[in-house]
Design a protein around this ligand. Sequence first.
Ligand code: LM2
Ligand code: CA
Length: 482
Amino acid sequence: FKNPHYAAGRTTMVHLFEWKWNDIADECERFLGPRGFGGIQVSPPNENLVIRSRNRPWWERYQPMSYILTTRSGNAAQFASMVRRCNDVGVRIYVDAIINHMTGTWNENVGTGGSTANFGNWHYPAVPYGRNDFNWPQCEIRPEDYGNNAERVRNCELSGLKDLNQGLEHVRNMLVNYMNALIEMGVAGFRIDAAKHMWPRDLQVIYSRLRNLNTAHGFPNNARPYIYQEVIDLGGEIISRNEYTPLAAVTEFRFGLELSRCFMGQNQLRWLNTFGPHWGLLASGDALTFIDNHDNQRGHGAGGNILTFKRARQYKGAIAFMLAHPYGKPQLMSSFNFQDTEAGPPQDASGNIISPSINSDGSCGNGWICEHRWRQIFSMVAWRNTAGTGAIVNWWDNGSNQIAFCRGSNAFVAFNNDNWNMNQNLQTCLPAGRYCDVISGTKVNNNCTGKTVNVGSNGRADIVIGSDDYDMILAIHRGPES
Ligand code: LM2
Ligand code: CA
């Protein structure tokens, strides 16, 4: 369950938060496939409670009504078509699976597929679930439970959401049927929402009943789905991420927290020469890594002070380091703009999601940020693909916040997070030649629109990053783009 089964040479996935299925399929064909992205995490595809009284907040999608594949992102046919079109251009689909709970009690009770529920009786006829399928007696998780009561964290309600009992055969069957239907449609794996709130032994049974990936979508024989379990473990809680790594991969929340500290100037970049398990991070093969996610970019969930698109220069630095460093399996966040932390995606007067528009410079409009279309970010995805499995070599630092390193003999990167200029003659691992920096520009007709780097026959090059440069990064690599 720890292999994402990316197409050959691909390494990175992006969370297209609240995107519609048809738009994702288009994005696979026109951008993500050609640019070498490995996969996409999509918003929950199953029916959720419609919350008009709060103007359709993003979090309504974390309130399941049923496993019918109808949401604001589209219907089952649109979902199936998206998976087919994305797999055909080498981009995998991973589903955000909400299997810990159903909706909370609310003053509205119609779902995005038209289903209704009787909250007072724990009755969800469209699944169907009844009262006996939920943990009993009903209780709500208290803040102190996270410190000392694993039983309550697993068997009580997370913010009032009706808590399913995954120990029961009927519940397991409903969940496995839902997930297997998605695998049949060609998805490559799942984010397990709120995994901390479910017993590892129950999850193990559920995972074991999942079918192999669909070979008609290009997966090898006997391929298991990629599973990354959302466990927020910043230390000091009764439940540890280590209870989940024997089962499948785990979201490594400490990764983005540490890199955010570094690139916000609260820790020196030079210390990153030991980044990885030395810093208390999971084993690399167990970790799904990211800077921000849909929760902590808006102060939901747990997780401290995280860089996001709103602090773009530092954020791009942290993202570039994530993509340059061999640790973990990176996931990018692709956001819609927001001021109100509860606000849903751009929508029209009827509540339909408005598609992102694509500007002539490749960026997005209509309220979508599309971090994955920022040159500094998609160029580093290609950089990581080129670096492949190459180890870090030629580490250099200035004793504070200027660092540089190579991956194998394919790719070189440098960062300047000091408030003075960086101007150094450094050893790269690249063959002699003229390279285009893929951060400050691109290569057009064999000329660089940004900085040019000349690597000499000894592999050395002058590396210049001014403290006032638009970005704090410089990156070059083998291959046509650089
Ligand atoms: C997650 N991971 O474990 C998701 O990443 C996170 O986004 C989800 O919370 C959460 N778990 C449940 O799937 C979000 C949001 C909450 C919101 C829930 C359910 O952060 O604020 O809770 O989705 O929509 C909302 C209200 C809350 C209310 C609850 C139940 O904010 O006040 O509690 O619904 O109606 C009475
Ligand atoms: Ca639970």
